[in-house]
Ligand binder design. Structure first.
Ligand SMILES: Nc1ncnc2c1ncn2[C@@H]1O[C@H](COP(=O)(O)OP(=O)(O)OP(=O)(O)O)[C@@H](O)[C@H]1O
Length: 257
């Protein structure tokens, strides 16, 4: 279980540009839950992910994984438990390295030695099997540089690489936003398959309301640093894109936009 308790987050504290984003923000995510997060621009979605990953500091509050408090744990330590896929396919892979080298790099995540010792020829069969599951033919291109792959192929690799080692959480930060609709659908299907097979606790930020409705077993809508919609289970399965659009409209009216 992941628990954010009483989180306070200010940007530029103590300056004229001080901005309070989260004031006593609380969130609990059960083990194995797949949570879709939607919300308007600037509502705090990416900041929430950054707080979970330890990429940005908080002013007050605590973060727990199960009963272990990780609030002060360094980002690189947390990253051994967390896989993250970003909007930009270039973020999750190393373009100047081959597919094989990228797979080795992911395989060695959290280990204290670098790529030089990390290329284990005995693992090539395993990497090939992993790549084959993507159904993109990448298993036959292991010596090709990742920089020459398409955005969709790279994002599929980023997904594979971030979930290759045992992790507790998968964080997806608009990971289909830079892809064409067909490739985005393919990556979403792959995501769902990986999440189900590995039973990963997953948080997916997306602006694609269809994905938020179709995938996952809980949906959160954020607005001005708060969760204004939180539906799980049967309630979530009954939600439609129109329901969420209606809530967006209500919020805009309330804000006078
Ligand atoms: N490094 C920063 N310094 C100052 N303000 C920031 C910083 N990062 C985010 N913010 C502010 O915090 C608020 C929330 O930003 P955040 O990126 O978390 O929103 P978001 O919901 O992910 O938005 P989007 O959908 O546009 O990606 C915004 O008002 C943003 O301007």
């Amino acid at each position: 279980m992941l628990r954010l308790s009483g989180i306070h987050k200010y940007y530029n504290p103590g300056t004229v540009n001080e901005m309070c984003l989260f004031e006593n923000f609380n969130l609990e995510i059960e083990q194995g839950q797949f949570v879709s997060v939607v919300g308007s621009n600037g509502s705090g979605k990416t900041s929430m992910l950054n707080i979970i990953c330890g990429s940005i500091p908080i002013e007050a509050g605590a973060i727990f994984i199960d009963e272990e408090e990780i609030t002060k744990q360094k980002e690189f330590r947390r990253n051994s438990k967390i896989g993250r896929v970003y909007q930009n396919p270039a973020m999750g892979t190393c373009p100047s390295m081959t597919i094989l080298e990228n797979m080795c790099l992911a395989d060695n995540k959290g280990k204290s030695f670098g790529l030089r010792r990390g290329i284990n020829r005995k693992r090539i069969g395993f990497y090939r099997d992993q790549l084959r599951q993507l159904n993109l033919g990448l298993e036959d291109k292991m010596d090709v540089k990742v920089g020459s792959l398409s955005g969709g192929q790279r994002q599929a690799m980023a997904l594979l690489m971030s979930t290759m080692t045992p992790i507790e959480f998968l964080i997806l930060d608009e990971h289909t936003a830079a892809l064409d609709p067909k490739t985005a659908d393919l990556i979403m299907e792959l995501t769902d398959k990986v999440v189900r097979e590995k039973k990963l606790t997953t948080i997916m930020v997306t602006h694609n309301l269809r994905y938020a409705v179709e995938y996952g077993d809980r949906l959160l809508m954020m607005h001005q640093g708060e969760c204004v919609v939180d539906k799980a289970g049967e309630e979530k399965s009954k939600l439609t894109v129109d329901d969420i659009l209606e809530r967006f409209t209500q919020i805009s009216i309330e804000c006078g936009n």
